[in-house]
Design a protein around this ligand. Structure first.
Ligand SMILES: [Zn+2]
Length: 112
């Protein structure tokens, strides 16, 4: 059994399987997370706030807290999660991911 049967939903790169998060984005895409206005947001593992992670802006070499759990990667709305193993997981917001699928299917069919 392959450990890399999952794919990043943003760039389609193979990622390590994660049964809890079958649709999580790869590390490379995670580095491109931004807020709704396009400013880069970095998520770190954290235990102090009960969420398991904390987002930050990096401004002038200082980390400024980003209090939301929603970010955007390549225009895809994503949600941050605690992965329970000491890391941060980012996945597209579910409604959006499922809403996108029929479109992709339709586009593929339309080519023929
Ligand atoms: Zn990716």
């Amino acid at each position: 059994m392959s450990n890399y049967s999952q794919h990043c939903p943003i760039c389609a790169r193979p990622v390590e399987n994660n049964n809890s998060f079958p649709n999580y984005v790869c590390n490379a895409c995670r580095d491109h997370a931004t807020d709704a206005k396009g400013e880069t947001v970095i998520f770190y593992h954290a235990r102090f706030n009960g969420k398991g992670y904390q987002g930050y802006y990096r401004r002038h070499n200082e980390l400024v807290p980003f209090t939301e759990n929603i970010c955007f990667i390549n225009g895809v709305k994503c949600n941050a999660f605690d992965d329970y193993a000491g890391g941060v997981i980012i996945q597209p917001v579910k409604e959006l991911a499922t809403a996108l699928k029929p479109e992709i299917k339709h586009a593929a069919v339309a080519q023929f």
